[in-house]
Design a protein around this ligand. Structure first.
Ligand code: GLU
Length: 377
């Protein structure tokens, strides 16, 4: 896979846009944004889903509030972010509007991408926005996060968001056109790497020290590699390319220099492995033979086929699914908390709303199910 085919084939693309690209001396760089919006519109018109992770709130806000040039304290940064985020969104809206595209502000904290229940809520919102044809514009919710719990850089936030929505491509628009074997500005012998099929320690050491520039933004090459590592494990490829040119995505499509870091798995397999392996189940659902059969065939688990629940769980927790003989057949993320799940056992889907006053659909959706490795067929 090279960057050209990676971009052409991707179904879902997360593009990280840094402050240095967006914010000039006089505020948001509307020329750059207009050209980039055309880039996004072209991808959308081809049916690709695009989500933007945009920095720039602090940089815009500090100008707006005329804060001093020195390093800001955290409360000052938070104030700047609060003042700058609205201007940032206005700039995105103005850029996307001529293409008939609406922008939607999504502000996330690290907990939103790491605590499962919040993660599921955030994912549901972003999924709905994408289905509605809107361009989600994500930033960290700098105003409410403290030093210990913030991402601080949007490269890793973008990688987590890519993981959250099962993106197959993460594009990091940077101030260099990819990874090099050494810092290209200091070492003329530095070679550009067009394709990295695995993030080996050698690659990390080679590229890790390069491009640790301090600019308006936060991330250097080290945070880009950290982001690529998260993305790769989530089944998502990463493209690092030069952002400071009009329509940088078109430039990648036309074969301009970029580095693609290939994923080590697929998004679906990574997600199922996460459900199957890294979550501690807190409860169980005992299902009848028909439901066990349906689950084994990759269908959602409906309340009608569940006999009873065991243990305590919240909406979004991992649960074990057992057949009538008590054998584990799958694990999945449950869409109801334990008490509500127990109340709807045996009910047809259209009776759930009457029983609970709401419905969240099947007890466990097929997308959120991972079959036990040796479940008998
Ligand atoms: N969230 C910060 C902002 O919008 C930027 C973080 C970063 O530069 O990566 O200003």
């Amino acid at each position: 896979m090279d960057a050209v085919s990676g971009l052409a084939a991707a179904k879902r693309i997360v593009v990280k846009v840094g402050s240095a690209l967006l914010v000039g001396e006089d505020g948001a760089d509307r020329h750059w944004l207009a050209a980039f919006a055309a880039d996004v519109a072209r991808l959308r018109a081809r049916g690709q889903h695009v989500l933007v992770v945009s920095s720039g709130a602090v940089a815009l806000g500090r100008r707006r509030l005329a804060l001093p040039k020195r390093t800001l304290t955290l409360p000052e940064k938070q104030a700047a972010a609060a003042a700058g985020q609205s201007g940032l969104m206005r700039a995105w809206e103005e850029a996307l509007e001529p293409h008939g595209l609406a922008a939607a502000q999504v502000l996330l904290t690290r907990d939103d991408t790491e605590v499962r229940r919040r993660w599921l809520n955030a994912r549901a919102t972003v999924e709905t926005l994408l289905a509605l044809g809107v361009v989600p514009v994500v930033n960290e919710n700098d105003t409410v996060v403290t030093e210990e719990i913030r991402y601080g850089d949007n490269d890793r936030l973008a990688a987590r968001v890519a993981q959250m929505i099962g993106a197959d491509l993460l594009v990091l628009l940077s101030d260099v056109d990819g990874l090099y074997t050494a810092d290209p500005r200091r070492n003329p012998a530095a070679e550009h790497l067009a394709r990295v099929s695995r993030l080996t320690p050698e690659i990390e050491a080679m590229a890790g020290g390069a491009n640790a520039v301090d600019g308006v933004g936060t991330g250097g090459m080290a945070t880009k590699l950290a982001a690529a590592r998260i993305a790769s494990a989530a089944g998502c490829a990463t493209v690092v390319t030069l952002g400071r040119r009009p329509a940088p995505l078109l430039a990648v499509e036309e074969g301009q220099r970029a580095t693609i870091i290939e994923p080590s798995t697929t998004p679906a397999a990574a997600y199922k492995a996460w459900i199957a392996g890294s979550l501690a189940p807190t409860g169980a659902l005992l299902v009848d033979a028909g439901a066990a059969d349906a689950v084994r065939r990759g269908k959602s688990l409906l309340a009608a086929g569940v006999r009873r629940t065991e243990g305590h769980f919240d909406k979004g927790d991992a649960v074990v699914i057992r057949d009538e003989a008590g054998v584990e057949i799958a694990r999945g993320l449950v869409r109801y908390e334990a008490e509500d799940a127990q109340r709807i056992c045996g009910l047809k889907s259209d009776a759930i709303e009457g029983a609970l006053g709401y419905t969240s659909g099947p007890l466990v959706h097929a997308d959120d199910l991972a079959l036990a490795a040796h479940a008998p067929a």
